[in-house]
Design a protein around this ligand. Structure first.
Ligand code: X8Z
Ligand code: ZN
Length: 459
């Protein structure tokens, strides 16, 4: 029987059987070899268009969207990666050793790269689904599981989206229009094939905003709902700009709006306020909470980088179609420290099994968003007068922060992005120090856990 990606993802999230994980990982990747020739053709066509517009290639065109020279932007992503890499290496080291304890040397050795299918996600891009496997052995674990809380509280897809809207409304932003509810696709239709990868749309450049997703009641889609609504709230905020400015300050901003809101919406304090948690855990749950967040947010960083590192090479011609898969695996190893569960077939086109590759959606935006959302969060918490640890801050119900945030969103693309950044955070730079500040207690804890370990990998 054929299963959908949603079904395969749900199984991969919960299976703890390495053979099943491998079958799911490899099974999904059988969909993409057929795409490789068309993909190569698309690259050639896109490059022709980029050249006509005066760019060296499509990658250079994509890197030109950040109010600086394309090469300077590439260097900027290197600089940001160097800033966060030590955190990722710490997390990688800790997760590897917990996987080793769980599965043994034959499945996951305690040195070298991690087996990519053991991380609970089809692309190993967010690892929160294996929290139970890597939860602290001593010193208190998390007292709740968000997926379980959502299910137990009787959430359905619509309630998930309404809850997301509720957060934005609490910040003083307007409710979504009726047409949003009439015209959005919130669940998978029963009668036809659709693209289920979540997206947000602005149909008339005014009020006709919609999301299109196949919402499941779980923690991952609780995040995704907030993420998608961020796109819609941004779109509506800049609707009065001239047409050419109806866009994000840069594409990383667009991806960061909803994630910023999500950082508050995932706090136990907020989950308690909306009745999903009966009580707010104390300090003893700081490390479990931060570990859960890091499994999603820190683990994502090298993935957010490697996708376009691969594509930049493809567009520039440095990587030929014959080298597509080798180069993809090499990037997985280099940035993420991951290897596939077994040798890949000669015709494998693993990149094609990630939505944004055949969809040709740039990906560095998500890497940036994983930095920006923490810059926004830190600034918002400071505006709110918060003096406690950043990970416990929520700006739910804070209309003053909402007004300042909306003012940045209303600017759209009318000014260079550093001005939009400055309008909300007072800072004009891409800066990963807010990531460091948010995760500081966890990083200290991980360093202690990893003492005596041989962290890192070759490659
Ligand atoms: O594609 C998305 C969104 C739509 S813009 C659901 N994201 C990336 C992905 O799923 O690969 C959000 C996080 C990263
Ligand atoms: Zn998005």
């Amino acid at each position: 029987r054929q299963i959908t990606l949603e079904e395969a993802s749900a199984l991969l999230a919960t299976t703890r059987d390495p053979a099943e994980a491998r079958a799911l990982y490899e099974g999904w990747r059988t969909i993409s070899p057929v795409m490789a020739p068309d993909y190569a053709r698309m690259v050639a066509i896109a490059n022709e268009g980029a050249a006509e517009l005066g760019f060296a290639d499509t990658g250079a065109m994509w890197r030109a969207g950040y109010d600086m020279e394309p090469d300077a932007f590439a260097a900027e992503t290197d600089r940001l990666w160097e800033q966060v890499k030590p955190f990722y290496e710490n997390l990688h080291c800790y997760v590897r050793s917990r996987l080793n304890e769980r599965y043994g040397d034959a499945v996951q050795p305690d040195s070298g790269p991690i087996r990519a299918d053991l991380l609970g996600n089809m692309w190993s891009q967010q690892w929160g689904n294996i929290y139970d496997v890597v939860a602290p052995a001593t010193g208190g674990a998390s007292s709740y599981d968000l997926t379980e809380r959502l299910v137990a509280s009787g959430y359905d897809a619509r309630k998930m989206v309404e809850t997301g809207e509720g957060f934005y409304v609490s910040m003083g932003l307007a409710e979504l229009p009726d047409t949003f509810w009439e015209r959005s696709q919130i669940t998978r239709p029963r009668d036809r094939e659709v693209v289920c990868h979540a997206s947000a749309w602005d149909l008339d450049n005014l009020e006709d905003i919609r999301i299109k997703m196949c919402t499941e009641v779980n923690a991952e889609d609780f995040y995704t709902v907030h993420h998608e609504l961020g796109h819609n709230y941004y779109q509506r905020a800049y609707k009065d700009q001239p047409f050419l400015f109806k866009n994000g300050a840069n594409d990383g901003f667009h991806e960061a709006i909803g994630d910023f809101v999500g950082l508050s919406a995932l706090t136990p304090t907020y989950l308690n306020q909306i009745g999903l948690l009966q009580s707010v855990p104390g300090e003893e749950e700081d490390i479990p909470f931060l570990l859960k967040m890091a499994l999603d947010k820190i683990a994502f960083l090298p993935f957010g980088l490697m996708v376009d590192r691969w594509r930049w090479g493809v567009f520039s011609g440095e990587t030929s179609p014959a080298e597509y898969n080798e180069a993809w695996s090499a990037n997985m190893l280099r940035y993420q420290g991951l290897v596939p569960p077994g040798p890949r077939p000669a015709n494998a086109f693993d990149a094609g099994a990630k939505y944004h590759i055949p969809g040709n959606t740039p990906y560095t935006r998500y890497f940036l968003a994983h930095i920006y959302q923490f810059q926004f969060h830190k600034a918002a918490c400071e505006q709110a007068g918060w003096t406690g640890p950043l990970h416990r801050c929520s700006v739910y119900g804070n209309e003053e922060v909402g007004a300042r945030f909306n003012a940045m969103m209303e600017m759209g693309q009318s000014r260079p992005w550093p001005e939009a950044m400055e309008a909300f955070t007072g800072q004009r730079e891409n800066d990963a120090s807010a990531v460091a500040a948010y995760f500081a207690p966890l990083n200290t804890w991980l360093t202690a856990q990893n003492r005596g370990k041989n962290c890192g990998w070759e490659g």
